[in-house]
Design a protein around this ligand. Structure first.
Ligand code: ADP
Ligand code: 5GP
Length: 246
């Protein structure tokens, strides 16, 4: 039976890695594609665990050799998914989860329209700023310029939410984890007829509520907070420019 390809995208700091780590603890049979990147390891990251770290030269050599399923430049660094990740998951009959940005997601969708897209949003810009700062502090480097760069980029990324079949708002972590798990189990049920034990009805309801098409009311305050609902195209972060304002 063919595995399902899940693509998860989110503005940096939304909690995507946290959600994916929790999902991996709770659901078996989902492989996680370890991306290649030219950025330096952060905090306790290890080569081969969070990312495969490499140089720009080596990345470009791999790119020229056609080793990537998709790739993109994000915050000045190159990121790419090795085709090998997909081949290995297919050979094992496992589902595969790609944690990639909106540019990479568009490339994968063009090649594999059957992929399941999940977009994770933070509840509002203030929460996102706090999470970005907390993560920086935990890693021992608080770079306010970088926090602001990522905040500005978040608004642009959120504009792509319509391209994803499912939308998660990562407000309360346990709830978002349960929603992500429900999406995986529901897709397995619908696509592969895989049974979902006694919780099945609830799981299907939770997943259905996360469908993009059922999320308009839930998303409205989030999109408004990020200034994405307007039509002017001129978005501003809805708090002052003082990086120390909290
Ligand atoms: P991403 O992978 O999207 O860049 P991370 O998973 O690294 O984001 O999360 C950014 C920060 O936010 C981390 O410090 C993480 O512990 C915290 N975080 C993630 N989800 C939540 C949540 N629901 N509530 C509070 N803090 C969270
Ligand atoms: P970070 O450096 O914070 O881990 O990730 C920055 C951004 O790069 C995130 O949006 C993340 O999803 C994205 N990213 C990570 N790996 C890949 C990849 O293989 N391809 C693409 N296109 N984006 C990636």
């Amino acid at each position: 039976m063919a595995g399902i390809l899940f693509i998860i995208s989110a503005p940096s700091g939304s909690g995507k890695s946290t959600l994916v780590n929790e999902l991996r603890k709770q659901v078996s049979g989902v492989d996680f594609a370890i991306s290649w990147t030219t950025r330096a390891p952060r905090g306790s990251e290890e080569h081969g665990r969070e990312y495969c770290f490499t140089t720009r030269e080596e990345f470009e050599r791999m790119l020229a050799a056609g080793l990537f399923l998709e790739h993109a430049e994000v915050f000045g660094n190159l990121y790419g998914t090795a085709r090998q990740s997909l081949d290995e998951a297919r050979a094992a009959g496992h589902d595969l989860l790609l944690d990639i940005d909106v540019q990479g997601a568009a490339q994968v969708r063009a090649k594999m329209p059957e992929a399941v897209g999940i977009f994770v949003m933070p509840p509002n810009p203030r929460v996102l700023r706090t999470r970005l700062r907390n993560r920086s502090r935990a890693e021992g480097v608080v770079n306010e310029e970088e926090v602001y760069r990522r905040l500005r980029e978040a608004t642009k990324e959120i504009e792509n939410y319509r391209e994803y079949g499912y939308i998660l708002v990562n407000d309360i972590l346990d709830r978002a984890v349960a929603q992500l798990e429900a999406i995986v189990l529901a897709e397995r049920f619908y696509r592969n007829g895989e049974p979902i034990a006694y919780r099945s009805r609830r799981v299907l309801e939770v997943a259905a509520a996360c469908l993009h098409s059922n999320s308009q009311e839930r998303l409205k305050p989030v999109l408004e907070a990020f200034g994405v609902l307007g039509t002017s195209g001129q978005q501003q972060l809805p708090f002052g420019d003082d990086p120390h304002d909290d």
